[in-house]
Ligand binder design. Sequence first.
Ligand code: ADP
Length: 737
Amino acid sequence: MKKALALMLGCVLTATAFIGAHATTPTASYVPGSYTASVKGFGGDVSITVTVDDSAITSVTATGDNETPGVGSKAVEQLPAKILEAQSAEVDAVSGCTVSSEALIAAAKLALSEAQGQTGGKVSFVPGEYTAVAQGHNGTVTVKTVFSENAIENIEVVKHFDTPGVHVKALIDDLPAKIIEQQSLAVDTIAGATVSSNALLSAVKKCVEQAQGNTALLMIPTEKPAPGAAEYTADVIVIGAGGAGLAAAQSANELGASVIVLEKEGYVGGNTMVSGGIFNCPDPELQSKVQMTEGVIAVVESALNEQPVSEEHARLIAAVQADYDAWKAAGSEGLFDSINWFALQTWNGGDKVADLSLVYTMSANAFDTMEWLKTLGWSHTEKVSQGAGALYQRTHQNSDLLGTGMIKAFTNAFASTSNLEIFYNTTAEDLIMDGGKCVGVTATDKDGNTYTFKANNGVVIATGGFGRNLEMINKYNTSGKWPDLSSITCTNMPGITGDGILMAESVGAALRDMDQIQLLMTTQPVTGNCVYAYVAPENVAGYLFLNAEGERFIGEDGRRDDISLAVLRQTDAIFYMLESGDVIKDPENTTDLIGVPLQECIDAGAILYGETLEELCENVGWKYETVKGVLDSYNANVDANAIKDEYGRSLFTIKLENGPWYAIPRTPSVHHTMGGIVIDTDARVMNTEGNAIAGLYAAGEVTGGIHGANRMGGNALVDCLTFGRIAGRSVVSDSNK
Ligand code: ADP
């Protein structure tokens, strides 16, 4: 409230400041007084009040305390002066904040119409079909709108570059349907997809202008009913609809439990949906087609030869040794792998910080989790590779874009049960405890309605990590590994703000490894997304990392933290993924991770291209001789079946020698928070005394102890889906005991 007042005071301007500045402005005829109009802005409603005498605007004030500070707030601050100076609402938008500006201009038009004695009125259009383009999240959104004389009849999203997934479905189906149903551009945007929603609204607004409709009238907010309170009961309440929450909901529901899922956004999927869609697990059949090179043998043997740091470590090494000996004795084809080896690598890869019993539970169940997902309709491509930071060739790649295939598998399964309900736009706030047992959750939705969700059996917390909570990132960035992370971009969805960790902590749950934060090196320099312009058909085996000088600086098959730290030391903290015709074999049918065709990535300048290596070097600004030297030495290592090069790379399977050539600029972004709630191997939440809190379970990124100091690429989905499934089973079976 205080902020709104301050903004308003800052924006009151009187005509005296502009005397002489608009001497040629034609005089209008007004009914003297003050007129206020509100319309929907970017984050909420914005208002303009114009005060007029009989022929001039004498002051203008604006409010809009939900507009983004430093972006939309600029429009709130600057437009009143512009309108006053122009003595008209026909002013240009403030640059960089088009949506807020357009809203304020529309409000000013409404207020001035009223000052001229024209109120209300019906919107009419010149019938026809109109097309317009607006800027969305990753690129432009093109929309076709059909009008009759009195109505918006149809809206079609012709093209968009938004992150694929269920919220795009919401953009394409739900938001257009709402606009048509309410005949209004003041409809609620989709929570968690504000930029994309506003892009769609902007494009439709442009179509309205082409059809000569009054956009201002369509932007008047509709009246909402006063918020109320409600109570619901189910056997299991799941908080968060990412991979872990959906897996928990599905597995509890399979056991006959009624389930309510609470999701703060207007769509399901969370970070899981926008992940790289990679899933690690030993897979004897597919790994039998992968070569066991000298470098890979050395990776296994060096872990086996390590001095054990504890008895459990010694036992695990011995188990891997036995698996390895048996594999060799059997004369097996292809790549060695086993549950024990997956567990040992995961534990070693996280600096032996994790709880080995949790690591083993994840490794032992990973294949079974994958088979379960397949029964729900998920599929992966028919080979295994080594995902970025995965450290071994056991990565399965989602057949659909990003993690959308996994999310779709769950939503399809939910469609066939009547016993499972998702509450969208509903933020869980507090756990309800009764005699030391968790019996429910309180929540509030976006319209201010409050809820009590009672759980017969228990509550599963699956709210993800805290990558989007800068306060928590700063509080816990104490490992000494990273510099200040406040200005580093983040790959996470907006709702990933550590809520579940805070809720659990407040009822006595223990937390662990909170200082372990992961940066992902392969993200887009401007947005920090791990989507857009990231083409890697062979994953790590098929690319090299070169810095701005065209030199290698780190082994590409190493850990994400080591690589990210090395990148932060390079010029502008940027590097390029160098790929070639050897891996991108079918450029016409190659897309980036979100489905943008390769050629469009090149046209947009997001991927640099050269028919020849010389041409690519010229486009990037590299010295040809430097890059040629890098490739010659790497290719010689592939020929020699080398064990390790001077940058620490051990994976030498694909030579890079044929054009065309591609360089994809990348930078590290905050990606995963490895710390969180302490759980046991049945996903029960543990208190600070080491006892399970009755009725409370947690799974996925909200938990700690599985990845230690560094999460292996491709292990996040294994973790959240495996422990989500376990949590769903435990919450049902514990209550049957
Ligand atoms: P995981 O990989 O562990 O499943 P995700 O990041 O994929 O985690 O999903 C977490 C989900 O939880 C997101 O969809 C996020 O919007 C949701 N969420 C976070 N906090 C809350 C909350 N307080 N109430 C309801 N949903 C929440």
